[in-house]
Design a protein around this ligand. Structure first.
Ligand code: COA
Ligand code: ZN
Length: 321
């Protein structure tokens, strides 16, 4: 009997942007390129390569143009870059990105801290960028602090809906709801995601969670159950916004893929190979990383029994290999 097709989920890697932007040590360009080239072989739908922002704001990504120029473009993988203003958009277009990811916050205070603009000014930037990018590249808008702001606290669902409405009116077709400092909980995520998916069925929504309060994977499941099928995640669980106090890593890509695959979904990602790449990260960044499956192994991992005998399942597993 043929198995029913497993539902496809799209995994979007952000470690070389969200991850590296907060690393205290500059990762040399060649090592960034090597990591991206390895990641492009993994079955990931999209890689957020870098950001074209002020090098004073984010010195870690000052080599954005060089990185974009040196990576190998793999068909089927989208290579995206974050921007915050029109200058960044023009630099990203010159670098032939497949997607511009324009960022703004749901909260005024984080928008000012991160981008030195009001939310209205950021909307003005997006109004300018959409026609410039049209016909050349896709545009995604990422709404930071969509589930809570480290300065202002709760963000009402109505505020997120208002922004989605404004962004859709500006011609945005792809939208990421970002939990910048891990303040979201699964009940809230289910409610907000279900509302935007039902309200704007023609848009593609991405869930972007940080695991700052250990709710990242629970929130991903809540978003999935609410109808979201695109997920941002970061290898090893690197990540964080340098202008959001207390920010820590994104949900970890290999942990997210492991969970979704165990739940019966098709991520198209080569999990074993991805874990292999994750294991090289501590040497690259110079510290331990939060990823868990890279340390524990897949849940199918088996150990020899303490008395040296093999469990029936283990011997069966071995015979089948
Ligand atoms: N690319 C390169 N340089 C840029 C730039 C861009 N997209 N935008 C501005 N700059 C440079 C300017 O030339 C100027 O340089 P100078 O001081 O040598 O003259 C400097 O950055 C400041 O420019 P200004 O237009 O006055 O910007 P600002 O100080 O008001 O800062 C942003 C606004 C948006 C440029 C800045 O806050 C920024 O890049 N933020 C991004 C933060 C981020 O990436 N956060 C993490 C992701 S969520
Ligand atoms: Zn983030």
């Amino acid at each position: 009997m043929t198995q029913p097709a497993r539902k496809r989920l799209y995994i979007q890697e952000v470690s070389t942007r969200d991850g590296f932007q907060i690393e205290p040590r500059f990762i040399p360009t060649a090592q960034k390129v090597g990591l991206i080239d390895a990641l492009s072989q993994m079955g990931l739908a999209k890689i957020e390569v870098t950001s074209f922002v002020s090098p004073k704001a984010i010195p870690a990504l000052a080599d954005a143009a060089e990185v974009m120029q040196q990576i190998r473009r793999v068909p089927g993988v989208e290579f995206s870059a974050l921007v915050a203003n029109v200058r960044g958009c023009e630099r990203a277009l010159a670098a032939r990105v497949d997607e511009i990811n324009i960022v703004m916050s749901a909260s005024q205070t984080h928008n000012r801290a991160n981008l030195r603009m009001t939310c209205e000014q950021s909307l003005g930037v997006i109004r300018q960028i959409v026609p410039i990018a049209r016909g050349q590249t896709a545009v995604n808008a990422s709404i930071s602090t969509a589930f809570g702001c480290p300065f202002e606290g709760d963000i009402p669902a109505a505020r997120v809906m208002e922004l989605v409405d404004q962004l859709a009116a500006l011609g945005i077709e792809r939208l990421a709801l970002c939990d910048t400092t891990g303040m979201a909980n699964p009940v809230q995520v289910r409610r907000v995601c279900a509302a935007v998916v039902a309200g704007w069925p023609e848009l593609t929504f991405t869930a972007h969670f940080h695991n700052t309060r250990a709710m990242g994977l629970a929130n991903a499941v809540a978003a999935l159950e609410a109808g979201v099928d695109h997920f941002d995640a970061s290898l090893g669980g690197l990540g964080g916004c340098p202008f959001a106090p207390g920010a820590t890593g994104n949900v970890c890509t290999e942990d997210l893929v492991h969970m979704f695959e165990m739940m019966g979904y098709n991520t198209a990602v080569d999990l074993d190979a991805l874990i292999g790449i994750a294991l090289t990260l501590p040497a690259l960044v110079g510290h331990d990383v939060p990823g868990q499956v890279m340390k524990a192994g897949r849940s199918s991992r088996r150990y020899p029994a303490p008395d040296g005998t093999e469990s029936p399942a283990a011997s069966l597993h071995r015979r089948c290999d």
